[in-house]
Design a protein around this ligand. Structure first.
Ligand code: NAP
Length: 301
């Protein structure tokens, strides 16, 4: 599209933005928290106790501290019992594993989350595998990874679960759609792929060795970008009518940006999540949902 002057360009942009669905993750997350608040009240009256989330925070990385504070605030808002246990950077791995084992057998704790990343001397896999699969609200325990890929009940990683709800809000029927994951981390791309496969999408998982990433994206009806490269996905990588979910959170000198070049992609996509205000708030709401689901499964045992 060629514009003859600035006025036309602004009007053109507004028109594109009006036609495009800007997926409001903040609103969707607030709605979900509202539902969860009602569910917690119901569970309290049925069982005379409430679900509890315990977060272990190691070290003083600012982003981790902010995430944990936001999680605690959201947990309190929906009426969950919430506890944060803090350790210094120098804490030994054994201390953390022993604490997790203690929490595993504590009936007042429904969900355990160890905030990532961990200091280098603590083995992430040891930590993940020590958390009981029944309390693994991050959905990273191999048992839960297996449950998800087998279509069995279990915790689903919070970010992909949040993305899934956002996609379904725009397009409830995903059968036969072509979905492209950009990024194959356990936390994001792989779990997201499983969720969309369960919705009968045809799923492609791309990664750093993918030969023609633009070509793969151009085939997609749904793109989920979880890469960690600022504005990697450009406007001419996306076809009209594609739903684009931007998981990326990248700190740049121009502020926080996603993995998707918003100003370009918003002009072609059917729907797009902003960064911030898209996937992030849903991730936290889904953590609360996972905690409640763990509580409910524990009551049935
Ligand atoms: P990660 O573990 O570093 O994985 C990144 C993935 O991107 C890898 O699979 C990597 O491929 C792939 N990749 C790297 N360069 C690529 C390229 N040029 N083309 C295609 N794929 C490429 O990252 P992550 O934990 O999934 O996080 C991704 C982003 O999401 C980060 O910005 C993170 O901050 C953000 N995040 C946001 C939330 C939220 O709540 N919004 C939650 C979690 C993460 P290889 O496997 O080949 O290396």
């Amino acid at each position: 599209m060629v514009y003859r002057n600035v006025y036309e360009a602004v009007l053109g942009t507004i028109n594109f933005l009006i036609n495009m669905i800007l997926i409001d993750g903040k609103k969707e997350a607030a709605d979900l928290r509202g539902e969860l608040r009602g569910e917690v009240l119901k569970l309290k009256s049925e069982h005379n106790k409430i679900p509890g989330l315990t977060v272990i925070l190691i070290g003083d990385l600012t982003p981790s501290q902010i995430y944990v504070r936001n999680k605690e605030k959201a947990a309190n808002e929906v009426g969950l019992k919430s506890e944060v246990i803090k350790y210094p950077d120098s804490v030994e791995e054994k201390t953390i594993l022993d604490k997790i084992k203690e929490l595993n057998i504590d009936d007042s704790v429904s969900g355990i989350l160890v905030q990532l990343p961990l200091p280098k001397h603590i083995n992430k896999q040891h930590v993940i595998e020590t958390i009981s699969p029944d309390k693994d609200v991050d959905g990273l325990h191999p048992m839960n990874v297996g449950n998800l890929s087998s279509g069995y009940q279990g915790s689903i990683p919070c970010t992909p679960l949040g993305c899934y709800f956002l996609i379904k809000k725009v397009e409830p029927n995903l059968r036969g759609k072509k979905a492209v994951m950009v990024g194959r981390s356990n936390l994001n791309g792989k779990a997201m792929a499983q969720l969309l496969l369960q919705e009968d999408c045809t799923v492609t998982i791309t990664h750093s060795k993918t030969k023609d990433l633009q070509g793969e994206c151009l085939e997609a009806d749904v793109i989920v970008a979880a890469v960690g490269i600022p504005e990697l996905i450009k406007g001419d990588w996306v076809k009209k009518d594609t739903i684009v979910i931007d998981v990326g959170i990248n700190k740049t000198e121009n502020g926080i940006v996603g993995d998707v070049k918003f100003d370009e992609v918003s002009k072609v996509a059917k729907a797009l999540t902003p960064v911030p205000g898209g996937v992030g708030p849903m991730t936290i709401a889904c953590l609360l949902k996972n905690t409640i689901e763990c509580f409910k499964r524990a009551q049935k045992k």
